[in-house]
Design a protein around this ligand. Sequence first.
Ligand code: CMC
Length: 490
Amino acid sequence: MDGTARAGKQGRTHGRGGTGRARRSKRAGPPAPSGTAIGCGDDGISSSSTARPGADDVSLQKPKEVEVVVDSVTITDNRNGQTIEIPIVDGGVSAEEWSKLLPGIWFYDPAFMATACAESSITFIDGDRGILEYRGYPIQQLTEQSTYLEVAYLLLYGELPTAEQLDGWVQEITYHTFIHESMRKRFLEGFHYDAHPMGILVSAIAALSTYYPDAKNIFDPDVRHKQIIRLIAKMPTLAAAAHRYSVGMPFVYPDNSHDFPSNFLSMVLKTPESRFEADPVLVKAMDALFILHADHEQNCSTAALRVVASSQVDPYSACAAACAALYGPLHGGANEAVIRMLTEIGCLENVPDFVRSVNEGHGRLQGFGHRVYKNYDPRAKIIRDIAYEVFEVTGKNPLLDIALRLEEVALADEYFTSRKLYPNVDFYSGLIYQAMGFPVEMFPVLFAVPRVAGWVAHWVEMLEHNTKIARPRQLYVGHRRRDYVPMSSR
Ligand code: CMC
């Protein structure tokens, strides 16, 4: 955002009927006739898209420089009649301005249902229209034409790399794939034999901070760059190690003669062969899935990253927190839940009954619904197509037919349509992972490997914006002061 837009966020406090003005936003439509401010009654909030020249308005003398008020809200404190007009900039109103009028009155929004926690230029989502773009590039084009490492560069630096930049970037990542031997021997092998790979991954990312104490110098751009490279490069190695350990297989070292997705598949799937060559269709599918999962603006894990990183902790600790958020069944754990659900449904005939039971309030249809998408998740569509390509190689996952039928029945059901619940990214991805031979416990891990690119992109953006420490307020509803009651009197 440019400086003009930032300045435009300042609101003005004034008495009832005051003359606060904002410059007309570039996006605003034509102004409404003068003097038609729209109030919205008792809630004390009104929105205005109206020219309202005040007595002091120089525009009356100089018509060509008319200042019009558009895209703003006027808030009235009904206790004292004070009002403030706050411009709507980039789809938001500044809470700082709101607080000038209403100090000590907080928005109550525990799940950030209506709160923007950042200004960001990384990922754009239009949830109503099912649009997803990284730095303005449609996800469909990136999935078809790009690679995960190129997309990671795009997310971080804002532009697609030149051939030379991409070469340098890939080279750097490729030569940071190894993890410290003691990390493998003493740390990873210290887990219980059946530890969940996502639990191992969360801990391993946090442990990296102890190997790279220089990472604390987060304001040094060179140090920052090095940690970004390390995180993107080592995630596949850690993820594969977590998997191999949890299934009792020996660790496979990175083979840096492979490209990024092939190297990952080699570390996960290699058995006795000296060099593992994954099927090119599966390599392409893996890379496409990495692209699709690389970022998704202020999702739960990225929001967690921003909150934790706002304390200026090192990026490994912040990414470990983000990864922990991704572990949850409502976030990165949902694709695992989808496979369990499809397995439980068992056959096509059981689909209508299952949908009916969800409709009646018994559980959720896993892989359906999204906080932002009120339309088909564009990633789900792409993944469904990839699934067919993968099944050409692996043979069809028998759960696919149940998934397709489930989608069909749910999308014809008023419960789902009225709530705008459509398949999300997790609905079909698990079917692919399963067909590729990954156990369900690995699904959130597969989500985390590429999402680190999004996490570090948001980390850098946040530092560049000099974001203050995240510190929400609360509405206290507990007891007020009371005297301690001795045990004998309780
Ligand atoms: N099955 C049945 N009902 C649902 C579902 C679902 N999957 N999702 C939402 N609803 C209903 C919910 O019961 C509520 O109904 P009512 O208005 O009658 O109370 C309404 O739809 C709104 O749901 P919500 O829980 O207020 O919506 P939310 O924005 O808080 O939750 C969600 C979004 C993704 C957590 C939720 O849709 C869900 O639990 N889905 C299943 C889990 C899932 O697939 N998660 C992966 C999300 S995509 C990957 C990612 O970003 O991590």
